[in-house]
Design a protein around this ligand. Structure first.
Ligand SMILES: NC(=O)c1ccc[n+]([C@@H]2O[C@H](COP(=O)([O-])OP(=O)(O)OC[C@H]3O[C@@H](n4cnc5c(N)ncnc54)[C@H](OP(=O)(O)O)[C@@H]3O)[C@@H](O)[C@H]2O)c1
Length: 327
């Protein structure tokens, strides 16, 4: 089968498509004929060696397609079903065939196209898990950074349907600002411009946001923390696309009366059953039209480098995917 294999960490061109043997499902696993693989910023972080996996590896933790075979102990009725799944070891999705634990597989709800199911089942699970961990209440004000991103765009939508009062989106640039409004943000600020945290405070009548959700870290994360309400504000950090996590000074946060949740425990480090329930909820919401993921672009396997570049150069709005269809 064709698979994208990484033999050394580095620039996007380390993503090379090669012929490799098919993987085999072990006991408790399924083998999936992959049609679509999700590409997330986390894949970029691993590829650059900032969060290294053992080499060589096939990237890709999100796969969608049809179950081709099952390992020992797995219901054979699964064969032929249309599914999305988190791959075993968070690798192997950028390939024509991938394996996943049977417990990490979700049937694609009737009427939901596969590309949307792939775009939503993990990103949406992060959004669902994050808003539940932070305890968003009706009427509260919310700030989302990288709000036109894969997860950010779903956070804006989910905050809206959860009854948030004012939803403030922070994005880089005018094109993303327009998209963030389409996703449901009331106020949009440019987090690449100086003084943006002050604009967020102004938009919330000077108080700051009740809930802040930050994917960027670094100076943007610091601005987001500054824009969070003293005396009860909650700050969730779930990513560091800027290259560094937001710096947290426990003494200062304590004095301001802010609670913090995160970081990776929002999705990856929580119990498998909770991750599964969050993904199932995201798929339900997508099938019901409450979560509408935007697909920025779909690249053939051979162009995985271009898919990564779209995330790294910050041009993507919504999700980037790979297709195994031959072009
Ligand atoms: N905690 C968890 O369990 C969990 C699970 C999955 C993913 N994540 C994390 O969630 C974050 C978002 O992932 P995603 O896939 O949804 O990505 P994404 O938001 O679609 O793409 C990354 C965005 O980050 C912003 N950004 C700011 N500074 C950047 C820089 N120096 N380089 C590149 N991008 C920069 C850009 O938006 P602007 O142009 O608008 O600034 C860019 O579009 C990642 O850090 C990922 O690792 C966490």
């Amino acid at each position: 089968m064709r698979a994208v294999r990484v033999t050394a960490f580095g620039a996007p061109d380390v993503l090379r498509t090669e012929e490799v043997p098919d993987p085999r499902p072990d006991a408790g696993e399924v083998l999936i004929d992959v049609e679509r693989a999700g590409v997330g910023y986390g894949d970029v972080i691993v590829r650059t060696g900032r969060y290294p996996f053992p080499l060589p590896y096939v990237p890709g933790l999100e796969a969608g397609g049809t179950v081709a075979a099952v390992g020992a102990g797995v219901d054979p009725d699964l064969v032929g079903r249309r599914v999305v799944a988190a791959t075993t070891g968070m690798t192997g999705g950028y390939a024509e065939r991938a394996v996943a634990a049977a417990g990490a597989v979700h049937e694609v709800p009737a009427g939901l196209p596969l590309d949307r199911a792939v775009a939503v089942f993990q990103s949406g699970a992060v959004a669902v898990g994050l808003l539940s961990a932070i305890g968003l209440r009706r009427g509260e004000t919310v700030l989302v950074t990288a709000a036109a991103g894969r997860i950010g765009s779903l956070l804006v939508q989910r905050a809206r349907t959860a009854g948030a009062g004012l939803v403030v989106a922070a994005v880089g640039g005018a094109r993303k600002a327009a998209a963030a409004r389409e996703f449901g943000a009331d106020v949009v600020v440019d987090h690449t411009a100086p003084g943006w945290a002050g604009q967020v405070r102004q938009a919330t009548g000077g108080r700051g946001t009740d809930v802040t959700l930050d994917a960027v870290g670094g100076p943007v994360g610091a601005g987001a923390l500054a824009a969070t309400a003293d005396g009860g504000g909650r700050f969730a950090l779930y990513g560091f696309t800027s290259g560094t996590w937001v710096e947290l000074d426990a003494h200062r946060i304590g004095r301001r009366g802010i609670s913090v949740v995160g970081a990776l425990g929002i999705a990856f480090a929580k119990p498998a059953e909770e991750q599964h329930a969050d993904a199932a909820e995201a798929l339900r919401a997508a099938a019901a039209g409450e979560l509408v993921p935007r697909i920025h672009a779909t690249f053939p396997l051979e162009r995985a480098a271009a898919a990564h570049a779209a995330l790294e150069d910050r041009s993507s709005i919504g999700a980037v995917q790979l297709t195994t269809a031959r072009h």
